[in-house]
Design a protein around this ligand. Structure first.
Ligand code: G6P
Length: 368
């Protein structure tokens, strides 16, 4: 085990730093020669079948479910196809009406999660072909799926998923691009997205350089009992993943909300002992998120802001600022995940938690 860890203290830390490579692996050989779209060899569906799709459904559990929620935003924006995303454990029992040209996906790192497998079998029973986004080659889900996309992220040992998650985000973005290009996305927009995706590994490398700065922040917040994570649109599921990561490995109670929703409840929790992490990139909702931050600040809540280097945050609004490189909306969820992973990792280390094997959790949940 020590040999495999190299210079890293934990598998989670190693896997966080392996993300640029995992992203390269997710993209390798999957861009078309004209540089305007992605291709997937294993979907086992013709372009015509995919073009006829009028709805996408994603089922998954845990972190993989948040990858589905981010992909929902990108598919709706790039391909204009309505998307539904559900917890696999709920889908299997709720008898969702599925229309005949629904394209059904499951997302699972391990390919062994029982609820995800059961959701897949339920959809297959009703006559749907199910495609799997999966990391472990030859897993049960990969074998039973009708087609799919392998992540090629390499083995993930830490119970808390890191590189498998950003790899799923990359595949989701490529899928949104592909579905867009076989419908009405222009060549020019396709080229812009391909370029943006190819830049992701370097942007993640840049974000990882903040590790020491994030460690210092994490050490100062490590003893809190409650935290809020706030983001909007495709960064709301990223906020949810940030909260999940913190809960999983440091046992701090953390909740995520779409930033503007916090005034409908969670703002009641705010005081000097309940810090908020805001995802506040320079985009069309920047001023709205800033005003949510001002509401928290006015109530004495400490603020950690994760912002892009092209944003102009009002001086003194956040107590701590973590800057990530500005990037395309297809890549922003990936880059914004990095500081959240590092934050939860360093908080857990500071608290002396067993980072790679958190209490009560399993890497893969194979019983219902
Ligand atoms: C477990 C793990 C999570 C993971 C989830 C789904 O709860 O602890 O990290 O996100 O299962 O796993 P899967 O292998 O299906 O992606």
């Amino acid at each position: 085990q020590d040999a495999e860890l190299g210079d890293y203290a934990h598998f989670m830390e190693k896997e966080i730093f392996e993300q640029p490579q995992a992203l390269e692996n997710a993209m390798r050989g999957r861009f078309a020669e004209d540089g305007s779209t992605a291709n997937f060899g294993g979907l086992n569906l013709s372009a015509n079948e995919l073009r006829a799709t009028s709805r996408l459904m994603f089922c998954a559990c845990g972190t993989a479910m948040f990858a589905g929620l981010v992909t929902e935003h990108l598919v709706e924006r790039f391909a204009r196809i309505p998307v539904e995303c559900d917890h696999a454990s709920e889908f299997r029992y709720r008898n969702t009406p599925l229309f005949s040209n629904t394209l059904f996906f499951v997302i699972s790192q391990s390919g062994e999660t029982i609820d995800t497998l059961a959701a897949m079998r339920e959809a297959q029973r009703k006559g749907f072909k199910v495609l799997a986004i999966n990391n472990v080659v030859g897993s049960t889900i990969a074998r039973e799926a009708d087609g799919g996309i392998y992540q090629h992220a390499g083995p993930e040992i830490g119970v808390a998923s890191t590189k498998a998650f950003t790899s799923q985000l990359m595949i989701g973005a490529m899928l949104a691009l592909y579905l867009g290009r076989i419908r009405d996305m222009s060549f020019r927009d396709g080229v812009e997205i391909v370029k943006a995706l190819k830049a992701a590994p370097d942007l993640v490398r840049e974000a990882l350089q903040q590790a020491d700065h994030i460690k210092q922040i994490a050490q100062r917040y490590a003893q809190v009992s409650d935290m809020l994570f706030l983001g909007r649109l495709e960064l709301f599921p990223i906020a949810a993943e940030g909260a999940l990561k913190l809960k999983e490995i440091s046992y701090i109670h953390a909740e995520a909300y779409p930033a503007a929703e916090m005034k409908h409840g969670p703002i009641a929790l705010i005081n000097a002992d309940c810090p908020s992490v805001f995802l506040v990139p320079n985009n069309e909702l920047f001023n709205k998120v800033v005003s949510s931050m001002q509401e928290i600040k006015a109530r004495g809540g400490p603020i950690i802001a994760i912002t892009t280097d092209d944003a102009d945050l009002p001086e003194g609004l956040a107590d701590d600022v973590i800057t990530i490189p500005a990037c395309h909306e297809a890549v922003l969820p990936i880059v914004a995940t990095i500081p959240l992973q590092l934050f939860s990792y360093y908080v857990a280390v500071e608290r002396g938690c067993d980072v790679d094997k958190p209490r009560n959790l399993a890497k893969s949940v194979t019983v219902e």
